[in-house]
Write a protein that binds this ligand. Structure first.
Ligand code: ZN
Length: 149
């Protein structure tokens, strides 16, 4: 039997967008603007590309705060993986990235504002059927999905 905090809902595909982001764009802000302009309130984002600088963060579970990780590029985006849901009624993008440098070393984290796109090709899958709204979760201190509606 699933534990009480485990929550899933069935969603239906509602279209797929495929495209690239502008050179020089702020990666997180541009993805958020795309979702808001396209009316995507629930979805999945994947991407590959490169950045000139990256701003990531790491959630310190004991302190309950995001610790910043700032690196200047050039860096390859090996994998951008994220989702779209609602926070305060607006489309909100939550994404993580794995990146590599010129020696092939990899690192990654939670995508933050200030990451500058060199080039980025993305696929955005939109879903419908339920709405997932983020709310403060007492167990983690994070804004997680409340019950689907
Ligand atoms: Zn995260």
């Amino acid at each position: 039997m699933m534990m009480e905090g485990t929550r899933f809902a069935k969603v239906k595909p509602a279209g797929v967008l495929m495209g690239r982001l502008a050179h020089g764009a702020d990666l997180l802000e541009e993805l958020t603007a795309l979702c808001r302009e396209q009316g995507i309130r629930l979805g999945r984002i994947t991407g590959i590309g490169a950045v000139t600088k990256v701003r990531l963060s790491f959630y310190d579970q004991a302190k309950r705060e995001y610790l910043p990780l700032e690196l200047d590029g050039p860096l390859e985006i090996l994998s951008l993986e994220g989702n779209v849901s609602l926070r305060d009624g607006e489309p909100f993008v939550h994404a993580h990235m794995t990146l590599s440098d010129g020696t092939g070393r990899t690192f990654g984290g939670h995508l933050a504002r200030g990451t500058e796109v060199f080039a980025c090709e993305c696929v955005v899958e939109a879903y419908e059927g339920v709405l997932l709204e983020r709310g403060l979760d007492d167990a983690t201190g994070l804004f997680l999905w409340a019950r689907p509606r």
